[in-house]
Design a protein around this ligand. Sequence first.
Ligand code: ATP
Ligand code: TYD
Length: 238
Amino acid sequence: MATRKQSELYSGKAKTVYITDDPTQLILYFRDDTSAFDGKKIERFSRKGEINNKFNAFIMEKLAAAGIPTHFERLLSEQESLVKRLEMFPIECVVRNIATGSLCRRLGVQDGLDLDPPVFEFFLKDDARHDPMINEYHIRTFGWANPKQVEQMKEYTFRINDILKVLFLEAGLLLVDYKLEFGDVQGQVLLGDEFTPDGCRLWDVKTREKLDKDRFRHGLGGVTEAYEEVARRLGMPL
Ligand code: ATP
Ligand code: TYD
């Protein structure tokens, strides 16, 4: 039987989450909305929801095939996906292969510097406090996740880096940095939320042209065109 959408559970900055008639599953509706600077800059781009929904499905399936447990079940429509319902950790896991963005602002390091080994950072999901950077002690003390779950998140995040760096490089793209969110279901840590150009940075390997949400953040134009270009290079059906 097809899963049916019930009430809205949550409406975030880019997706709306729906409860379904199966309590173990949710529907993610990828809207055309794009936000930056903790929701202060918002714009709607035609087709962005559809592109991100399909982009996310493609990446989640690649990761699952490589042995990463994810919440993704299947595409339901142009802008909707069915996922396993998780108890999300209020944490963002960021890996950086090249220095840019907030790392450069915070530490004064040169934009574009190769980071070897890559840098791992945790942020607290709290827009009102501008997603402050936190460490494992904060996570443990405040009970946002237990030490075993923290280890799992770090392990999966680095394994995902190894998988996706190669995937993007073969498409002529540098995976500069990205953000992941994880959740728990029945004692298992699973990758949740999304992997799209909204939550990562991708540069052309030769020209270092930005092909991700920085085009929106910095008003460079061609936002959906850049996302489509990445999808095309990956051989993704759109
Ligand atoms: P941000 O952009 O900082 O992630 P947001 O809440 O505005 O915040 P959206 O992508 O618009 O982001 O909202 C989607 C919400 O759904 C997020 O809060 C995310 O943690 C949550 N979510 C994603 N996958 C699942 C899942 N499988 N189970 C439960 N919640 C999920
Ligand atoms: P970061 O450089 O900290 O953010 P900014 O320069 O936009 O302040 O972001 C690192 C990467 O993680 C980048 O690809 C964007 C992604 N990210 C999100 O998508 N959402 C977030 O809340 C955070 C902290 C990072």
